[in-house]
Design a protein around this ligand. Structure first.
Ligand code: PEP
Length: 248
């Protein structure tokens, strides 16, 4: 029996105002009202909607995570957000290293520092890794994942309760092109093996992300190493996000 509680997180990216977050929360709360709490559920609104989302989801069991975080406590970092600011909204976690942030020049070193800073501050972290189509076609998927994980995970042993890893092949994000359950399972088994160099591999949750929707979620999450999903586009509609939560 797995020790790992499934986690389904919705990444809203640059969508929804505070008012829209409140409306979304009203719908999602109703849709999940009969849930048994077996699945951990989180939404990741933009920074400007964190406060509103925390208030709107209070007492529902749905957690609110940020989408990114800076490693410094404070300072001259225009446009960035510190761990204390996230905690100050009442949010309880953050994504780190999403491929859209890495593409905008977030380095492996920053990802490592930000993961550690967030965990040290008491936030939960979903650390994102994944290969581009070029890497996959070149047969370099495993080597790429190994390098990203070895850059981010050293020293994080013992943090398995707060740290999840999301395997998100870049070619599957927002493209409608999902990894097959078998190929996602193979990559995630590799992620778990490499994570096992630093963490208790049986306790660390590894999620799949990349065009997850209500139709493909159950088959993906039925794979033995897939502990949940990081959902982009399909999380924007409470009905489809709730259907994915139910599939988990
Ligand atoms: C994501 O942005 O993390 C993601 C998985 O997006 P989508 O579900 O839209 O592919």
């Amino acid at each position: 029996m797995t020790l790992r509680r499934p986690l389904v997180a919705g990444n809203w990216k640059m969508h929804k105002t505070g008012a829209e977050a409140r409306g979304y929360a009203r719908s999602l709360r109703e849709l999940l009202a009969d849930g048994d709490g077996r699945v951990q559920v989180a939404v990741c609104p933009p920074f400007t909607a964190l406060d509103a989302a925390v208030v709107a989801f209070a007492g529902s069991g749905v957690e609110v995570f940020a989408q990114a975080v800076h490693e410094a406590d404070a300072g001259a970092h225009t446009g960035e957000i510190a761990t204390g600011m996230i905690l100050g909204t009442g949010a309880t976690g953050t994504l780190v290293g999403h491929s859209e942030r890495r593409a905008a020049a977030e380095t492996d070193l920053q990802v490592a520092r930000r993961t550690r800073a967030a965990l040290d501050a008491g936030l939960s972290v979903i650390l994102c890794v994944g290969e581009s189509l070029d890497r996959r076609d070149a047969g370099e998927t495993e080597a790429w994942l190994t390098a990203q994980l070895r850059a981010a995970l050293p020293g994080l042993g013992g943090r398995e309760d707060a740290l999840s890893i999301a395997y998100e092949p870049i070619w599957a994000i927002g493209t409608g092109r999902t990894a097959t359950p078998e190929s996602a399972q193979a990559a995630i088994a590799h992620v778990r093996r490499v994570a096992g160099e630093q963490l208790d591999a049986e306790r660390v949750r590894v999620l799949y992300g990349g065009s997850v929707n209500a139709d493909n979620a159950a088959a993906l999450m039925a794979q033995p190493d897939i502990d949940g999903a990081l959902v982009g586009g399909a999380s924007l509609d409470p009905e489809s996000f709730a259907a994915i939560v139910r599939a988990a």
